[in-house]
Design a protein around this ligand. Structure first.
Ligand SMILES: Cc1ncc(COP(=O)(O)O)c(C=O)c1O
Length: 372
């Protein structure tokens, strides 16, 4: 069997949009970026969208715009990509790690409630694997002045209690990193309704300047700019943005295909007793991004090597952040469910190019592994 990749992107071979962006004068954020922003804000029914060069840099500009203080606390789930913890560290406020739910592997609401203090400023639930976290349920249980940021790196569709993702929180941030369902290599998008934060994010992610490149040369005339915020560089270029439009327009159709593949895979794996899978959350419509499974922690790494030897690429999403050296040393959080899942889980190949034959092959290898 030819190697089964963990991930395959859907960019295709039609580079008409990229060629168009390269033939224009400005390669940086310009008309194509603005067009994609409109498409994203409309899709999620939000007033504003700002495209960034990654989820990570997008969230850093957002956190800087909130003016978070050293003593402010931000709660994240134990099992997520480390960027969720890093952004809190980078702006210098206090990280708080809450455990995950045993069944769904999403942020545990009961543990989050235990970890809320007077200093809690923001909670960052993650719609991990495309399984949607119920933001409305959390919101009903917390103080009004705690902000919510939805980490939408693993989804571009989905609903909780009949609301589209992003529609009962303050901010939502997407990732267009290489392995995501929509990608431009590296990229991100922030959606929000607050004009004040939107203006600040735009300036902060453009070195604190009052005018982006296009505005500085508008109507063939140079005009001065000022710096009104501390800033860095996090804007997306038109070249990257030109890869996104088509993927966004076909996303819903692709999701239906992904769902079919997911169901086929899920049913096949359900027959293997030694394997568990996260449960889809209650009261949500989910998206489909990764295909994680759980096995006895004693065999996990052996299984990874066995699958690799059989030309099946796998990865781990994710070990608990409480067990990563930097965070273990600095903070003493203990998250039992998260740490257990972090030792048990591995993600199987899952994308639109995977065939039934590939899935059958993966399942047959898993069966052989567990029968020995
Ligand atoms: C859950 C989650 N959050 C955040 C990120 C960071 O995204 P980016 O690489 O675009 O900064 C990722 C990327 O892998 C992720 O999986």
């Amino acid at each position: 069997m030819k190697k089964i990749n963990f991930y395959e992107h859907e960019i295709g071979k039609n580079f008409r949009d990229v060629n168009k962006s390269i033939s224009s004068l400005f390669l940086t954020s310009g008309p194509i970026t603005r067009k994609v922003e409109k498409l994203v804000s409309k899709r999620f029914n939000k007033k504003y969208c700002y495209l960034t060069n990654s989820w990570t840099n997008g969230v850093i500009s957002l956190f800087l715009s909130l003016n978070l203080k050293k003593e402010d606390e931000v709660i994240i789930p134990a099992n997520t990509f480390v960027a969720c913890a890093n952004v809190v560290e980078m702006v210098g406020c206090k990280l708080v790690i809450a455990d995950i739910d045993k069944d769904t592997k999403l942020l545990s609401i009961p543990d989050t409630l235990k970890k809320i203090t007077k200093k809690t400023k923001l909670i960052m639930p993650v719609h991990i694997y495309g399984n949607i976290f119920n933001v409305s349920e959390l919101k009903r249980k917390i103080r009004k002045n705690i902000m919510i940021l939805e980490d939408c790196a693993h989804c571009f569709s989905g609903k909780y209690e009949n609301r589209i993702i992003g529609n009962n929180s303050d901010f939502s941030v997407f990732s267009f990193y290489a392995t995501k369902n929509i990608t431009c290599g590296e990229g991100g998008a922030i959606i929000l309704n607050d004009k004040n934060y939107y203006d600040k994010i735009k300036s902060i992610s453009n070195n604190g300047m009052t005018k982006p490149a296009m505005k500085r040369f508008e109507n063939n005339k140079y005009s001065h700019w000022d710096v009104t915020n501390k800033g860095f560089k996090a804007n997306m270029s038109d070249i990257n943005a030109s890869l996104l439009e088509k993927q966004i327009r076909i996303y819903n159709k692709q999701t239906q295909k992904r769902k079919k593949i997911y169901k086929y895979f899920y049913n096949k794996i359900s027959n293997i007793k030694s394997i568990s899978m996260p449960k889809t959350n209650f009261n949500v419509i989910r998206d489909y991004h990764l295909f994680p499974i759980g096995v006895n922690g004693k065999f996990r790494d052996k299984l990874i090597s066995y699958l690799n030897k059989n030309n099946i690429q796998v990865t781990v999403n994710y070990r608990s952040i409480t067990e990563l050296t930097y965070y273990k040393k600095k903070y003493k959080f203990k998250c039992n469910e998260g740490e257990k899942w972090g030792r048990q889980t591995l993600s199987l190949p899952f994308h639109l190019k995977i065939s039934k034959k590939n899935i059958d092959y993966i399942c047959s290898k898993l069966k052989i592994f567990f029968s020995n």
